[in-house]
Design a protein around this ligand. Structure first.
Ligand SMILES: C[S@@+](CC[C@H](N)C(=O)[O-])C[C@H]1O[C@@H](n2cnc3c(N)ncnc32)[C@H](O)[C@@H]1O
Length: 266
């Protein structure tokens, strides 16, 4: 590998294909590019760069592989026990519970939040409003439809086992899972870029999981500032289980559950 060719690929993707590679960390980008190098049978970065410049299909394939959209219903189930406790706490504090699922991918996270609210006797789901946002328009399109297909690698029924009876909230037809209308009605979707767009305001709970692990350090703090400003004082923040709050922002939050990465805005 020559570092030059790797950098050339990143510049090409950023300038010509309008994908902001500079926001992501190099090891993540390297894994994605190396995987395309293997798939296309290219010998090295130089050869792959030549292919990429001349082949629009490969440009699309690389952008697709760089877009991190892995997600699931009730991902890391133990965290969802913690989120249930937060919802109950909020129910006792406020008439309307406003929740933001930031970087929500294809919508399974905000729909999990909605199902959790509908499923809990101690939470009145009619008081809950959930906003799901992501930078990816195709992901949001899937999210708005609320229809998910089971595949060889993704066992949706297993993901939904977190609930005692998921068929109350999802219509299952062979390998197709459709979110029920009342669960959908609690959730709305819009595009939001956590690096370039403004903060929101007044949220009681912000969930932003499994994005920071891919993001270059330089952008983590500004992103977390956006999330923090979007919370009302005393509002809750949940980040991914493998993620941490940068040292300069630690004083903005009180730790609610260190293991589950649940924090409360000071
Ligand atoms: C790995 S998924 C996480 C989905 C979900 N939160 C979960 O934990 O299952 C990361 C998501 O972040 C989105 N994303 C990447 N950069 C973003 C940005 N700057 N602003 C908002 N979303 C972004 C991607 O499109 C992707 O859907």
């Amino acid at each position: 590998m020559t570092d030059d060719a790797f950098d050339d690929i990143l510049s090409f993707v950023e300038d010509e294909l309008s994908f902001a590679t500079s926001h992501y960390n190099d090891s993540y980008l390297d894994r994605r590019i190396s995987s395309r190098i293997r798939r296309t049978g290219s010998d090295d970065y130089d050869e792959y760069y030549e292919l990429l410049r001349s082949d629009p299909d490969e440009q699309e394939a690389l952008i697709e592989s760089m877009s991190i959209n892995v997600t699931g219903f009730f991902r890391n189930p133990e965290v969802w026990d913690g989120i249930r406790s937060v919802l109950r706490e909020l129910e006792s504090e406020t008439d309307e519970i406003r929740i933001w699922s930031a970087a929500c991918a294809d919508g399974r996270e905000p729909y999990s939040l909605s199902m959790l609210a509908h499923d809990d006797d101690r939470v009145d789901e009619s008081n809950v409003r959930i906003l799901g946002t992501d930078i990816s328009r195709p992901a949001l399109e899937t999210a708005r439809k609320g229809v998910y297909e089971e595949s060889r690698t993704v066992d949706i029924a297993e993901q939904l086992e977190f609930l005692d009876n998921h068929t109350r909230y999802v219509d299952v037809d062979d390998r197709t899972y459709r979110i029920a209308d009342d669960v959908k009605r609690t959730v709305s979707f819009e595009r939001h870029d956590l690096i370039n767009d403004d903060p929101k305001s007044g949220f009681d709970l912000v969930v932003c999981r499994n994005l920071f692990i891919y993001i270059d350090n330089e952008y983590k703090s500004p992103m977390l500032e956006v999330l923090s400003e979007s919370l009302r004082p005393g509002g809750y923040l949940v980040i991914g289980k493998a993620e941490t709050i940068p040292p300069n922002l630690k004083s903005a939050f009180e730790v609610q559950d260190a293991r589950l990465r649940i924090y409360q805005r000071e």
